[in-house]
Each structure stands twice: as C-alpha cells, then as structure tokens.
Design a protein around this ligand. Structure first.
Ligand SMILES: Nc1nc2c(ncn2[C@@H]2O[C@H](COP(=O)(O)OP(=O)(O)OP(=O)(O)O)[C@@H](O)[C@H]2O)c(=O)[nH]1
Ligand SMILES: [Mg+2]
Ligand SMILES: [Zn+2]
Length: 321
C-alpha cells in the first residue's frame, strides 16, 4: 500500500491500538474493517480473539487527524499465549480460546518471589512450559530476597540452574541483584510475566526508573497481589532494548500443547525420554518408562515430575469436555 508505514504495537485498550514508530512517536490506531473480514470474524466476535497483540509489527496509514488505521499484521517470529482463564463458577464445558499475551518476544523473564506471595514452583513450571513451547529464551527471577533467608530457596535455585536456566535473585526493595538482571535484558525484547504481587512492575522501575510504573499492595488476607497492572505495556528502554510489563496472573493453562509433546518442554526429561520402551510413552503408568525410573532414582526431581503430571491432567481434562 502506498502510504503504508510499519510500527510496533505497544499497548491495546479496548478497540484502540497504540503504536510506537522508529522515531519514538506514539500513534493511536483502529483496525481497518476489511482487515477484520479477512480473518473471517463477525464484528461481535472480533474481540474474543486476539488479532493484534502487544509486540506485533503492523502496517498502518495515517488519518488526517493524526490517528491511524492498521491494515495488516506482519508475520510473528513467535508469541506467548495461554487459555483464556475459566470464569469463576463456570462449568467445564465449552471451548477455551487462546489469549495472546505478546508477540515477537526474545526473553520470557518469569518473575517469582520468595514470600508474599509464597514461591510457587507449580506455576513456575507452567510458565516455563509456555516459554519453551513458544521458542523464547526462558529466564527465572526470584524476587523479594529481603523477605527470607537464602537457605529456604537454595534447593530451588539449584534445581532450576542445573536444568540450565539462568536464575536471578533480586530485591526490588533493597535494589540487590539488579545489574546482573539488567545485563541479560540488553538488546532484547523482554516479557515480564508471573503471579500478581511478585514485583514485576517494582523490578522494572528499579531497572529503568524512567518507566514509573504503578505499584500495588499485597492483600493482608491472601498474601497475594491485587492485580495492579491491568494491560500489557511494551516500552523501549534503550536503543535496542524493550520490556513488556504484564498483568499478574492467577493461573495459566498452556494453549495448544498436545499430550504427547508435553515432556519435550521439560528440558530435564529429554536425556531419558528416548529410553522409554514405547515411543508414545506419556510417562504415567507405562511399563519400561525411563522417566519414572529417573524420578525413582532421584535423577529427575519429583517436584518437576509432579508438575508434569499436573499439566498433563489439565490437557486431558480439556480434551474430555
Ligand atoms: N519486601 C519486598 N517487597 C517487594 C519487592 N518487590 C516488590 N515488592 C512489593 O510487592 C508489592 C507488589 O509489587 P508490584 O510491583 O505491584 O507487583 P506486580 O508483580 O507488578 O503485581 P501485578 O501488577 O498485580 O501483577 C508492592 O507492595 C511492592 O512494594 C521486594 O523485593 N521486596
Ligand atoms: Mg504490575
Ligand atoms: Zn516414559
């Protein structure tokens, strides 16, 4: 298209798509009607599916008033998504759509905390699986180092480091562990993701004070965050470094992962999988399963195996509705 220009989506609010161009200008856009039809979606269904996501590069053109219209989304290098969370009280029937968190990401920075909220390895493993299946580089941050002794968390650090993940220990409150983390974000597009209240926005503010993101409180009754960040926001923090702050999550069910593929996203399982008797082994009750044997011999950590079974069950439950 003649007047078409490319830019990156940095924020989405309802039907408004905000773009950042190479000169750092921000442009508010809508979606072209024709473009909606190309996706075969009826108008009332449009916003149930994420056609455009934060991080997408799009073709757009200017309106006379300085706003713009998006004509096309360029092919994505990758994207991170999950199943749309179940509504409280909803039954188990019905298809759950894919919610795209962000596109064209280099690093998934999973933020956890030692305390408030308590370190949750089950959620961490679900986030890792999502990252591995989306072909992004996964890094782990354990924040709130000021809230407990290192002893309580040492075994977890050892476990994930051994698998091959970079694990950063930080305190946004005392500003410790920050420069190592900052170095690993350089020159990349970094998505910060994790439970509400673990300190995603706080850490980003310490890493890049100019961001000035809103910080929430921890609920006294639940020790969890209050979902302070409400929309994903991509920001350029230096010439070639971008960050994406995201709303905290309660749960994550990976989208589109087949039962038989799940173990590929547990990198600590991969050296043993080939020794299972059946190549269709799902590592549950099958005879001659090399994964179960490795768990029994304490070569694979039983907590990782529990996480595997836990995600497998979620996939199976969804297949049976
Ligand atoms: N003690 C301590 N508190 C922290 C630390 N980092 C963040 N907090 C506190 O944790 C609370 C939640 O911080 P946020 O940065 O809003 O957490 P978030 O992960 O962005 O939460 P959502 O936006 O709800 O997903 C705030 O009260 C912060 O002051 C830390 O390293 N140590
Ligand atoms: Mg936040
Ligand atoms: Zn097996």
């Amino acid at each position: 298209m003649e007047d078409s220009i490319q830019a990156r989506v940095f924020k989405i609010e309802s039907k408004d798509y905000f773009l950042l161009d190479n000169g750092g200008n921000e442009i508010r856009c809508s979606l072209r009607g024709k473009f909606k039809k190309e996706f075969g979606l009826k108008a009332d269904k449009l916003y149930k599916v994420d056609i455009v996501a934060v991080g997408d590069i799009v073709d757009f053109e200017f309106n006379k008033d300085g706003s713009g219209v998006i004509n096309k989304v360029l092919p994505r290098k990758n994207y991170l998504s999950r199943k749309v969370p179940k509504l409280k009280g909803a039954g188990t029937r019905g298809e759950r759509l894919e919610q795209i968190i962000a596109a064209n990401v280099d690093n998934l920075i999973i933020i956890t905390s030692r305390k408030l909220p308590e370190f949750n390895n089950r959620l961490l493993d679900r986030l890792i699986v999502t990252g591995e299946s989306s072909h992004v580089s996964v890094k782990i941050v354990i924040n709130k180092a000021d809230l407990s002794t290192e002893k309580e968390i040492r075994d977890w650090i050892e476990l994930y480091s051994k698998i091959g993940y970079d694990v950063f220990e930080t305190s946004a409150k005392e500003k410790t562990g920050i420069s190592n983390l900052r170095d690993s974000l350089k020159g990349q597009i970094n998505l910060f993701w994790g439970h509400s209240g673990v300190g995603k926005s706080s850490l980003l503010n310490v890493l890049y004070p100019e961001l000035d993101l809103k910080i929430g409180e921890i609920s006294q009754s639940t020790s969890k965050g209050k979902h302070t960040t409400v929309t994903s926001l991509l920001k350029k923090v230096s010439d070639d470094t971008f960050i994406i702050d995201t709303p905290g999550i309660r749960e994550i069910d990976p989208y589109g992962i087949r039962k038989e593929d799940l173990s590929h996203f547990f990198l600590d399982f991969s050296p043993y999988m080939k020794d299972c008797r059946f190549n269709t082994c799902t590592h549950q009750h099958e005879p001659g399963c090399a994964i179960i044997e490795a768990v029994e011999n304490k070569i694979i950590h039983h907590e990782r195996y529990k996480s595997y079974l836990n995600i497998l069950k979620t996939i199976e439950d969804d297949m049976n509705f």
